[in-house]
Design a protein. Sequence first.
Length: 561
Amino acid sequence: MTKIIVIITLLVATLATPFLLRPDGEKAVSIRTAERLVVITPHNESIRAEFERAFTRHMKTKFDRDVFVDWRQPGGTSEIAIFLKSEFSNAFENYWKAETGKPFSPEIRAAFTNSKLDPTKQQGAFDESIGLVREGVSKQQGAFDEQTLLLRKARKMFLESEVGAGIDLFFGGGAYDFQKQASSGALVAKGGSGKYGPGALAEQKPEWFSDAIMPAMVSGEPFRDEDFRWVGTVLSAFGICYNVDVLDRLKIQDRPDQWIDLTDPRLFGQVALADPTKSGSVTKAFEMLIQQQIRQVLDSGVPEEEAVQQGWERAMQMILKIGANARYFSDSATKIPHDVAQGDAAAGMSIDFYGRTFNELHKKADGSSRIEFMMPEGGTSIGADPVALLRGAPNPDLAHQFIEFVLSIDGQKLWDFKPGTPGGPKRAALRRPPIRKDFYTPEHAEFMADAEVNPYEISKGFVYEEKWTGDAFRSLRFVIRSACVDAHEELREAWHALIEAGMPAEALAEFEDVSMISYDEATGRIATILNAKNKIGEVELARELAGVFRAKYARVIVLTK
């Protein structure tokens, strides 16, 4: 009996201790009575904890409102996209059946999120009864058949509805992922009442969205949606994280500071990468590599159209070598800096705040750290990490307050102030550059963890050209998956054989032949198959490409002998 009492006492003490040690002014909030804000995010625990603490305190102090933040984290942005698609699809199916009494066919399921069905000026506006006004449609275009009208009606109904996924905000990720969600109709500039959302905030505080504070675009990268369906909250760049101790062990004195350094044969089996079909940030890093190669070819005097093709080819050759050096392709980009810090890999492609976070975690008393992060000069742009209001948000008022708080100076302090400083995080520096230009002042620099990093200055050395690679983003994910991930074992064997044989010219030429994933192929046949959204076609293409590369790597091995 005594043992049972002791065990129960210890359990109660364990559960009560966090509440007893809670800092003054941060009282526990009853989940049952507090207002609930539901946020879906790929952000890590440190970011979630700091923003939850600061926002709930802000709402209590300023408005005397008890708030509970209900975080949903199904995975990275790719998993979030799958989750949202499923939730909106189920919700709209119920709405469609209730409103029309008609069956919810696979065609309707695909149509209601299809932005290609949105009306254009040439097509005229939607009509209440049939889904389209025939005004502006030429005789040559012919009449719309019933199926087309039905699909357009589904799209119209969704865009005019408050159908939701039970989630208020999408917080964190990349502009590409947010733009896809905006195009599908999942994101809205304003909630149903028109009073809440990023679009409403832009009307209330237009000065915040001026070029002097938060510009719409910098160096070719969008910092917000032109219709305010999403807005950037913090900035990010891409680069290389590396372990100083591992590089010393490998006798590599020159630290990697350009993407091409990751092709070094001495790094065989020592590069940490993530599967680009699972990680938007790693795909973006690969896109930066391609943009840099195109720019270098263009700067050499080659005409632009030819430079895009040559730069793409050079980049694909580099990507094969980097993939061949890869220890693995993880499902999560967060694993990369973790394994580099642990010494399981020498270097990896990483988004800046992942690299800087692990630099912070492994800092010694003298300020040094075994993990460092480097942004390749001329090899990365500065992108925005957004927030958006989801269609049918259960609590749009509270969601609006969160967006406003994150974009305020007080919210921006959390991103890069040192822990314990006025307005800064409590536990650890988040090491992320705020989006507001007016944040970078001498007064704030005193408290910043990365006072020397001004993204608006860094971005002057790089201009992102969407026309070069924007349309190839999905193809890029696919070709890297086929050439490097699916055939990784064969790729490594071919690269190892080349290294052991001293890089014989004929074998190396075979290895560097990337004609099957040329720019024309990626933006032509491959893009066409992927855009058709035919899963069987995608699987057949993946099998075809993987087979082509496996055969190619086998030929390389033969040629080395």
